[in-house]
Design a binder for this molecule. Sequence first.
Ligand SMILES: [Zn+2]
Ligand SMILES: [Zn+2]
Ligand SMILES: [Zn+2]
Length: 166
Amino acid sequence: MFLWGAKNSMGYACYRISRDRWGGYGVPAWCGYPGCSKKIDRGMAYACGEEPFSEIGCDDYFCEKHREVQGFKMNGESFLDYLCDHEEDCDCTFKEVCFSCSGKEQQYPYGYPTKPEHHDWLKHQLKDKSWAEWRKENPEKVEAYKVLLRFLKKPRPKKESNKPLI
Ligand SMILES: [Zn+2]
Ligand SMILES: [Zn+2]
Ligand SMILES: [Zn+2]
C-alpha cells in the first residue's frame, strides 16, 4: 500500500491517500455508492478490494450493502478479463468489492464518481487541536473547507434499487 504520509490525530487513525484525502478507520466518510448516505469510515473493512491501492478495487470505500464477493483471475489483461466465471478449474482470488469492480454495474467501468468529504471530517480538520499544524501549513485549504462546509449538505438519500441502473 502506498501512503502519502501518516498522521497521528487524536482518536482519528489516519493516513493520506491522495492529495487532499485521508484514509484510515478514523476518517468518517460517505459510502461511495451513488445515492447512499450511509456514514462509514475509511478503514480496511470498508475498502473496495479489501485494502486501498491493491491490484483489485477502485480505492474507494463502501458500506456493507454496496460490496459483494467476486472471484478474480490475477492474470487478466483487461478489466473484464479479471472477472472469473468459475467455468473451469480455477484458482481465482475472492475479494469483496463494489458493484463497479465486480462487473455488476458495467456502466461504471472505472468506479463511481468521487463524493465530497463527510462534513464531520472537514469539521475535525478545521477544529481539532491535533490538526493545528496542518491548518498553519495549509491556510488556503482551511479557507476552502470553510466555504465547502457552508454549502455541504448531507447527500439526499435517493431511492435505492437492486436492479442495475440501465
Ligand atoms: Zn470498487
Ligand atoms: Zn452504501
Ligand atoms: Zn473462479
